[in-house]
Design a protein around this ligand. Sequence first.
Ligand code: SIN
Length: 537
Amino acid sequence: MADSIYRPDVVIVGGGVAGLTVALNLSPRKVCIITKSTLGMNTSSMWAQGGIAAAVGINDSVESHVEDTLTTAKGLADKNVILKVVTEAESIINDLENIGVNFDKNNDGSFDLGLEAAHSRNRIVRSKGDSSGIEIMRGLIKKVSESDNITVLENVSIDRIMSENNTIHGVIGRLVQENVPDNHVVIESSNVVLATGGLGGIFANTTNPRSSYGEGIALAAQAGAVLTDMEFIQFHPTGLDFGLDPTPLATEAIRGDGAYLVNQNKERFMLGVHPENELAPRDLVAQNLFKQIEQGNSVFLDCRKVSSKFEIKYPQVASYCQAAGLNPKIDLLPILPVAHYHIGGVKTDLDGKTSVEGLWCCGEVAATGIHGANRLASNSLLESMVFGRIVAKNINSSPIKKINKINPDFIVMYKEKTKNKIRAKKYIWQLRSSMMRNVGIVRNHNSIVRGLHDIIKIERESKGLSAKLNDMILVSKFIIIGAYFRKESRGCHLRSDYQNTDDNYILHFDLKFSDIDNKINEILNLADYKNRKQIVN
Ligand code: SIN
């Protein structure tokens, strides 16, 4: 089949909340949204059980929301970004209501606000209980389908951003359903927006859809963009341990509604660890839960005292439980901590710009600086939409550049790629297991170096079997480098060999593709030296 060439004003990679928000705010510019499956499917946005944190309750204030976000972020967040995002929350809710999203309300018309960890008051605006993601996406997708300026290319995976001399020319992708070398799609545009979501799929246990393995980070890095804070992966304490991959989530709101965390002896192990017990910041809860597991205990979510009608307030969680043959009103739910959200990513400024001219990022793939070292629950749909609007506004205010003729080498290069998805699976699983074991909730020098050796071995043996595996290898290396050089514990980065927070590390590790080899050599030489020293001693 011949290559298809599209020439929109703006190309958006990713069809979650961030990507759709950018698209809807770009009218009348010609926009092309590229998504790996049917629009909205297999996106973290659609799966979001939390909601939108917004200071819309009585006695709440933007200042209090800012304060909670800053406290949770453990010294690494950018207050200007927090202010920018939090101040927009009410207007984002209004916009969504205007396109037909119904949020849960009390009889008096006020929002029925949920409570999640580390929020000093009930502040989560939700839709159909734990179905906010589905409802918000339903509203956005309907609006997109009514917009004449937006074209959606479904079932297309992007292999490369075309860039030369720090300037963007577009993207090259392929139809994922018919995975044959000739089936390429070329989209020429001087503006590329990455809204590809997170990278939980790098880890063995994750709530993220299979398609979230850091593809956007790999694309941006290869185009020369600066990444930052790659070591900060947020683990969610209450993945439902029902033997499924990805792991279904039990929203934190259930704990805000009276559920406890217990071990097999019915001990509430979070009591006394933090004044808020089970509603302590997420990093602390996940780390303490992991400690229980390391001690040989089993851990459970005890929902028997939840005040709301469970199946009405938490229909998604109720259906997972039903499928697993468990009744949350009677049974304890087995849980495990799971990779849930990537705080780091492609470095962006207050305008959503990356370090590459014409490359923009928003949503989970972007590191805007709002979350610091630990993300406050339900701040991320909000961040995605606020930065989605910002990116669109900035693109709208600059003239669209004409693309010079695309270098045909770009296209030929990709036709040569042959894929072997089946054989790649084995290596993907090895990588995910190693990252979970070695660079997961608790890390240390030895585990990180072991993880690095595993990744290098996987890279050597797999010899470029699949684009997905290549991206996962690249992204894992960035995480490993960040985790290795941050010799302290802060927020969701916990090192057993550096357990204290160290003021020397109130900084961000910026990384580029061109840094990788030097950094890896540095780690391996240092590790070798340390190992030899240990043997001598
Ligand atoms: C949750 O519902 O527990 C997750 C919300 C979030 O990660 O923001």
